[in-house]
Write a protein that binds this ligand. Structure first.
Ligand SMILES: *[C@@H]1O[C@H](CO)[C@@H](O)[C@H](O)[C@H]1NC(C)=O
Ligand SMILES: *[C@@H]1O[C@H](CO)[C@@H](O)[C@H](O)[C@H]1NC(C)=O
Length: 510
């Protein structure tokens, strides 16, 4: 047996030595509409945590879900994945439901001890559940992702999925007959947690919606304003260097020699093309690591805890007096790819991206095609450079207008998805859920970190004492959801305590 393995290994090594040099692997930028590969609420690699999990009590299954909750004549169903764990459950305790968002779910949130939700479950004697969002992960409600099937992908349907699931679990486990259900979520699913409580107060008693962008907005120009501010808050010298970098890129783009320098520095697979879409696509690629590092800086989730932080992944290079501006930009980019184990060239082929996104199979583009669909038909959330302060800081207000993202809706899903349609859909979403200012419900906790670019669409103040925003100083996206770590700031520690105390008060009330 061992000999066979050795022979196979030798064969592999030899074939690599003698094979013609392969074309370098193309790496597409990690962030698409603020969503990194894998989804917006990060989970650390399971190998890091699995030894702490009591798998004996974790159950996984599929649930027969209704395809269209708003039109019974459709009459179709699909299998929705879920997990649950009763290891902390005590008689008469509540049920906690983590809502999946724009990525695959796993047993992680219901099984790993020491997360915010599982800590609260241990304290409250709660049974914990998690459902995967339709069209993400293995929850594939239709045969493909053609536009006629994507019509079943919406937050409104996902909320009804959660409601049907709660009813079914309550029926299946008689112990839960009188249990109070609390919805949890992070990022998009943080907003879903709040909206599920608002739409189904008869089923959902309270919600904890972390970093939820509860306000939809077509031109989300505040996103890059927060990126600018968050870098500046860490180091003003660093911010001065980063904006010098983006402005240098803008000037290098104007000459043939400059574009050659950029191709080398950013290790691009292709020459930079001068048509409008290609240039804007290039800018998205340049901004992507800066956006993602700021969004998750310091989160106790894998490499973001200490490596991909603002100070380590951005300012460590930008504050180095011994390097040129273009070298600093190169180093930020290289370090980001290194930590993510992306080895290859950076792909800036706009048309290739559009073809990728047009793939209607549940293939490699699945989550991106689904998430971008939701932005085109519900939320916008387009991270533009239109801000009068952040635009020039990022090298030009015209670099990435919201219209560029809307044009991608049209290119990917068809002519019906144009600017008027996107605006109408976003207005409808804010009306349907009430937006930031008219969330008409009670008992929702809304944690938001104030260096997280998404907090700009969160609900940060409330006139109603039963809607409790928890704004966390110096903290990034969904940070409260992870386990306590020795690196946590006092602000984050206090925020988790406040969330726990408020929820405790609600659950104790008769
Ligand atoms: C910048 O970030 C680092 C690491 O996260 C931190 O140690 C440092 O205190 C921050 N500086 C400021 C001024 O916030
Ligand atoms: C936020 O944190 C920073 C860094 O620790 C501190 O200087 C500042 O006073 C804090 N702001 C508030 C409102 O607590």
């Amino acid at each position: 047996m061992r000999q066979v393995v050795v022979l196979l290994l030798a064969a592999c090594v030899l074939s690599q030595v003698f094979a013609a040099p392969a074309e370098e692997k193309r790496i597409r930028r990690n962030m698409i509409r603020g969503r990194p590969r894998g989804g917006m609420k990060k989970t650390p690699p399971m190998s890091e945590v699995s030894h702490k999990i009591n798998f004996d009590t974790v159950v996984s299954g599929t649930f027969t879900q209704t395809l269209d909750h708003f039109d019974s004549s459709v009459g179709k169903t699909f299998k929705q994945r879920y997990w649950h764990n009763n290891q902390w459950y005590k008689d008469g305790g509540p049920a906690f439901l983590m809502l999946g968002g724009e990525g695959p779910e796993s047993s992680y949130w219901v099984s790993y001890p020491g997360l915010e939700m599982t800590n609260l479950a241990a304290k409250q004697g709660a049974w914990v559940f998690d459902i995967e969002h339709r069209f993400y992960g293995e929850t594939k409600p239709t045969s493909d992702m053609s536009v006629s099937n994507l019509k079943y992908l919406s937050s409104a349907q996902a909320i009804e999925d959660a409601a049907a699931f709660i009813k079914a679990m309550t029926a299946q486990y008689p112990q839960l007959a009188n249990a109070r259900w609390v919805t949890f979520g992070g990022s998009y699913s943080g907003a879903l947690a709040a909206w599920t409580r608002a739409k189904h107060p008869e089923l959902v008693y309270a919600a904890v919606g972390s970093s939820g962008p509860v306000q939809a907005e077509v031109d989300f120009k505040e996103y890059l304003e927060v990126v600018q501010n968050s870098i500046s808050r860490n180091s003003t010298d660093c911010a001065t260097s980063v904006t010098a970098g983006f402005n240098l890129v803008a000037s290098l783009l104007k000459t043939t020699d400059g574009r050659k320098q950029l191709k080398t520095a950013f290790h691009l697979c292709q020459d930079i093309q001068l048509d409008d879409k290609s240039l804007k696509y290039f800018w998205e690629t340049v901004y992507s690591p800066y956006m993602e590092v700021v969004q998750y800086s310091g989160d106790a989730a894998g490499s973001f805890a200490t490596q991909l932080t603002i100070s380590h992944a951005i300012c460590r290079y930008h504050n180095n007096k011994a390097t040129t501006t273009i070298q600093k930009m190169k180093q930020v980019n290289d370090y980001f790819n290194l930590v993510n184990e992306y080895f290859g060239c950076n792909d800036i082929d706009y048309n290739g991206f559009i073809s990728f996104m047009k793939d209607t199979s549940f293939g490699e583009a699945q989550s991106d095609r689904a998430w971008v669909w939701q932005t085109c038909t519900e939320f916008g959330y387009y991270q533009s450079t239109a801000s009068a302060t952040a635009g020039p800081w990022f090298g030009g207000v015209a670099n990435l207008p919201a219209q560029y993202y809307i044009d991608e809706c049209t290119a990917i899903y068809g002519a019906a998805y144009n600017s008027q349609e996107v605006q109408t859909s976003v207005d409808y979403t804010n009306q349907y859920y009430g937006g930031r200012d008219k969330l008409n419900t009670a008992r929702i906790l809304l944690p938001n970190g104030d260096i997280d670019p998404w907090h700009a669409l969160g609900k940060l103040t409330s006139a109603n004492s039963d809607i409790v925003p928890v704004v966390i100083n110096g903290t990034a996206h969904c940070a409260d959801m992870y386990g306590a770590s020795s690196l946590d700031s006092v602000y984050l520690t206090n925020a988790r305590q406040k969330i726990s105390d408020v929820l405790d008060g609600w659950l104790k009330a008769k």
